[in-house]
Design a protein around this ligand. Structure first.
Ligand code: UD1
Ligand code: CA
Length: 487
């Protein structure tokens, strides 16, 4: 059966989350590259609802700003005082009514602190709801420890009659292990009327949305509870221990999907991946690797060990070992690391090499070019097939402004060079070891800037008498003399 497009999804995110002990509102805490609220909205988005409304209250400026930045199509409703989940839903319904929206058809309700929720689970809930013709369908779950959750109460025939909150439950009800996940499908018109009838006659003195079940059933409507296939999916996060558990579960789920799609993850226990990362087939991810943000990795690549890539693109068959990269591009067949740092705007060409202790920022390295050892490349453009000698510095900053260096195709620069930008090294040019390049080098020229070498004979004997160096020099001089006598 195909599922209809819900009239609305309402997500509750007005609570403070006191147990997080945080300046950040609970729903904005991050796991796997998204806020918890962002994960719930991503799952809800898979239903393609006509509108999505997030109920905000505590620290609402922060939550609203976050929504503007990450989910600009989402609307908000304000709940100034947190008088319960039912009150929060009423604020959303009333905000929509004020915009002239009369809800009809299916409305999905979820809470902003359940980041493991999947779109497919919500779609199953909507399908169960619509095919049964229910007024409300609750997603329920059997959990190992039901303490704190609302319990799903059934009559002796097994029919679902009510949700009773933990604080209001009798000892017999507390023994029930089927709980309310906090995700619901409602008939929109019935939801609109029932939120006006919720009482505050309960342990917390709040309007509970969960009371809607018994009220609608009392009116003669059908109510249902659909069991979630996987209970971990409905786990809420109330403190930082649960935040870490949810992160581990989500990470495991994401890695499992990558492995099933043909990626080798050598050590899932030490590999962390964000929700929006993509990895091609036959790529091997070695231990202790973190793939963050919108990182995209091609096929057959080797990434890790001990590598952290953020918003970075890696081409097919590239090798990226012991690397930290942020907003960088590594083309197909390139070889980066071990121990390299690619900063924003670093673009490493096909089959190029960035070696050990090399830092690259805002620079293009052409196809097949090599920067093998101990070098800083900042604000440079290097052509194809060039080789940059060990221990070189692209001096891009004069203390006030940044300047660019360009190195032509197939240029060979010597070890320990300093390129004082702006400067241009022509195609096929060479530079000698220790050159300080302050002026442009024409194509095919050899640039040298160090003066001729001068040896001051006997300096160590005169200036450092009695040192191990002086003694070693003396031994060498004596040996040379003896050889001279022998011959
Ligand atoms: C709620 C359910 C409970 C269910 C559990 C599942 C009610 C009355 N109880 O309990 O049956 O088993 O979730 O996790 O619904 N919020 C607001 N405004 C408010 C109060 C809460 O926006 O006035 C938001 C919170 O930010 C949170 C969500 O609603 O995202 C749930 O609130 P919370 O206080 O955590 O409810 P639970 O006690 O966990
Ligand atoms: Ca909760």
């Amino acid at each position: 059966m195909s599922v209809s497009r819900p009239a609305a999804v309402i997500v509750l995110a007005a609570g403070e989350g006191t147990r997080m002990k945080s300046r950040l509102p609970k729903v904005l805490h991050e796991i796997c590259g998204r806020s918890m609220l962002g994960h719930v909205l991503a799952a809800a988005g898979e239903l393609d609802p006509e509108r999505t409304v997030v109920v905000v209250g505590h620290a609402r400026e922060q939550v609203v700003q976050h929504l503007k930045d990450t989910a600009p199509a989402v609307g908000t409703a304000v709940q100034d005082e947190q008088n319960g989940t039912g009150h929060a839903v009423r604020m959303a319904v009333e905000a929509l009514a004020a915009e002239g929206v009369a809800l009809s058809g299916t409305v999905v309700l979820a809470y902003g602190d359940t980041p493991l929720l999947r779109g497919r689970t919500l779609a199953d809930l909507v399908e169960a709801h619509e095919s049964a013709g229910n007024a409300v369908t609750v997603l329920s779950a059997r959990v190992p420890d039901p303490a704190g959750y609302g319990r799903v109460v059934r009559d002796p025939s097994g029919a679902f009659t009510a949700i009773v909150e933990h604080a209001d439950a009798t000892p017999e009800q507390r023994a029930l292990d089927e709980i309310n996940s906090g995700m619901y499908a409602f008939d929109g018109a019935l939801l609109t009327s029932v939120v006006q009838r919720l009482s505050t006659d309960n342990a917390k003195g709040e309007e509970y949305i969960t009371d809607a079940v018994a009220i609608l059933r009392g009116d003669g409507h059908r109510v249902g509870a659909a069991l979630a296939r996987e209970w971990t999916e409905i786990q809420g996060v109330n403190d930082r221990v649960q935040l870490a558990e949810a992160r581990r579960l989500l990470n495991d789920r994401l890695l499992t999907e990558h492995m099933r799609a043909g990626v080798t993850v050598v050590d899932p226990a030490t590999t962390w991946v964000d929700a929006e990362v993509s990895i091609g087939r036959d790529t091997v991810v070695e231990p202790q690797t973190q793939l963050r943000g919108r990182t995209v990795i091609g096929e057959g690549a080797l990434v890790g060990p001990c590598t952290q890539l953020t918003d970075t693109r890696v081409g097919d068959d590239a090798k990226v070992r012991h690397v930290v990269a942020d907003s960088a591009e590594i083309a197909a067949g390139a070889n980066v690391g071990p121990y390299a740092y690619l900063r924003p705007g670093a673009s490493i060409g096909p089959r190029a090499k960035i070696g050990t202790f090399v830092e690259v920022k805002n620079s293009q390295i052409g196809e097949g070019s090599k920067v093998p050892h101990l070098t800083y490349v900042g604000d440079a453009t290097i052509g194809v097939g060039a080789n940059i000698g060990a221990s070189s510095v692209f001096v891009n900053y004069d203390g006030v402004d940044k300047h660019r260096t360009t190195v032509g195709d197939h240029a060979r620069t010597g070890s320990d060079n300093t390129f004082v930008a702006p400067v241009h090294i022509g195609d096929g040019a060479y530079t000698g070891a220790g050159t300080v390049v302050r002026e442009d080098v024409p194509p095919g020229a050899l640039a040298v800037s160090a003066g001729s070498q001068r040896n001051i004979e006997g300096w160590v004997r005169r200036k450092r008498p009695g040192t191990p160096a002086a003694e070693a020099a003396e031994r060498a001089e004596n040996t040379a003399e003896r050889r001279g006598e022998d011959s």
